[in-house]
Design a protein around this ligand. Structure first.
Ligand SMILES: Cc1cc2nc3c(=O)[nH]c(=O)nc-3n(C[C@H](O)[C@H](O)[C@H](O)COP(=O)(O)OP(=O)(O)OC[C@H]3O[C@@H](n4cnc5c(N)ncnc54)[C@H](O)[C@@H]3O)c2cc1C
Length: 377
């Protein structure tokens, strides 16, 4: 069995592992181990690819904001096309939901100055497929954008390679042990050694923690389903924002000439290669057809992915409080793509011991609020 050494071993080549590996590799020897035969096969490759500053709890928002400059001005050669394309996000409310819409507006205005309140008439002009009896108005977050997820993921992995790091596929980690200040990481074909291990295993992060002898953080993978369907004939839809009702019973977003729909479900499941349930899709279609004039005969493509959360919904990032040199980069929930540049850069700075001042100030960010030490053992 072959053996390789590095300064850091990152477990998982989703956006979480790829982003931290990218920044680590500029100063250290990094090996990324991925169970699948390709990167981003699980959650990262199944997302709705939206960047929305107001989305998620406080610390997610702070780390999302921290990555905006990277998204807008990635380093030369990182990608061929812009990582963000303007999309907008529109939340509408129906009769009796004024208070919920007010609360949503306040939450958007807390992070984004580009929020606009639309009355029912303006909402209908903007999205003529909404049913008038279901709309009293809405809030448009104008600077929400589409993310080119593949370009972001491939950019991180290519950059890691260019800095001398490498990603090994078909390399499921099956054992982790530590002695003499070194981790030994076992896969079916090889053994890897490094002083520090980064747990970026997505929905499997608690399983990897157990292998290392660390206490799980109570990660719950939740199934979210999605599907593509044909847009209505005779109505231009490619410029629509992502739109959803304030109670989140569905969302719709234009996607490469089609419309992407989702029931906004969050069904707790064990970590696995998740598929959409027929009922998820039926519920979404029912809600969409009740609140809009859209008709969905048969979805062109259906899928599901896992969004993995801990109890407070924040990320889990930092050194394990009990097991030395075991670093968490997990719990990305429904925001792992948009927060990756900010979170990955921050994690790498912690791992490299760069100290305060290495990064620009991160307004509103409090490392203790994402630390794995916040969970009772
Ligand atoms: C339908 C849907 C819509 C979403 N929409 C958005 C959105 O609009 N914007 C946004 O920012 N986020 C969105 N998300 C969330 C986002 O996709 C996730 O937060 C993000 O992809 C998580 O990245 P990750 O790297 O933690 O996990 P993953 O991409 O799942 O990567 C973890 C990797 O670890 C590997 N692994 C696990 N165990 C081992 C092991 N023992 N050894 C080796 N490798 C292992 C897995 O194979 C996997 O490739 C959405 C998610 C879904 C499902």
């Amino acid at each position: 069995m072959s053996q390789e050494n590095a300064d850091f071993i990152v477990i998982g080549a989703g956006i979480g592992g790829a982003s931290v590996a990218y920044w680590l590799s500029r100063q250290a020897r990094v090996i990324v181990l991925e169970a699948e035969t390709q990167p981003g096969y699980h959650s990262t490759g199944r997302s709705a690819a939206l960047f929305m500053e107001s989305y998620g709890p406080d610390q997610v928002r702070a780390l999302t904001r921290a990555g905006i400059d990277f998204f807008r001005n990635p380093p030369a050669g990182f990608c061929e096309h812009p990582l963000l394309t303007p999309r907008g996000a529109f939340v509408f409310a129906g009769p009796g939901q004024e208070a919920e819409l007010d609360a949503h507006e306040a939450s958007v205005r807390a992070t984004s100055s580009a929020a606009r309140r639309l009355d029912a008439r303006e909402a209908m002009e903007f999205l003529p497929v909404l049913r008038p009896d279901h709309v009293i108005g809405g809030v448009l977050e104008q600077d929400a954008s589409d993310i080119d997820v593949d370009a972001l993921l491939q950019g991180f992995l290519r950059g890691t390679r260019q800095h001398g790091g490498r990603t090994v596929y078909d390399a499921a980690v099956t054992g982790l042990s530590r002695s003499g200040g070194q981790w030994t990481v076992t896969t079916a074909r090889s053994v890897y050694q490094a002083p520090v291990v980064v747990n970026a295993a997505g929905a499997w992060a608690d399983d990897v923690a157990r292998m290392a002898g660390a206490a799980p953080v109570g990660l719950v993978p939740k199934r979210r389903s999605a599907f593509l369907f044909a847009p209505p004939e005779g109505i231009a839809s490619s410029h629509w924002p992502l739109f959803l009702d304030v109670q989140e019973s569905f969302y719709i977003k234009p996607d490469a000439g089609m419309l992407l729909g989702s029931p906004c479900n969050a069904d707790p499941v064990a970590p696995h290669d998740v598929q959409a349930e027929e009922l998820d899709i039926a519920i979404a279609i029912d809600n969409i057809e009740r609140m809009t004039t859209l008709r969905i005969r048969r979805p062109a493509h259906v899928w599901a992915g896992l969004r993995s959360f801990v109890a407070d919904g924040e990320l889990v990032g930092g050194y394990d409080p009990k097991v030395p040199d075991f670093f968490w980069a997990a719990g990305q929930g429904g925001y792992g793509i948009q927060s990756a540049p900010g979170a990955g850069r921050y994690y790498a700075s912690e791992l490299l011991g760069e100290g305060a001042g290495a990064l620009p100030a991160l307004p509103g960010f409090d490392p203790a609020r994402i630390s794995p030490a916040r969970f009772p053992c």
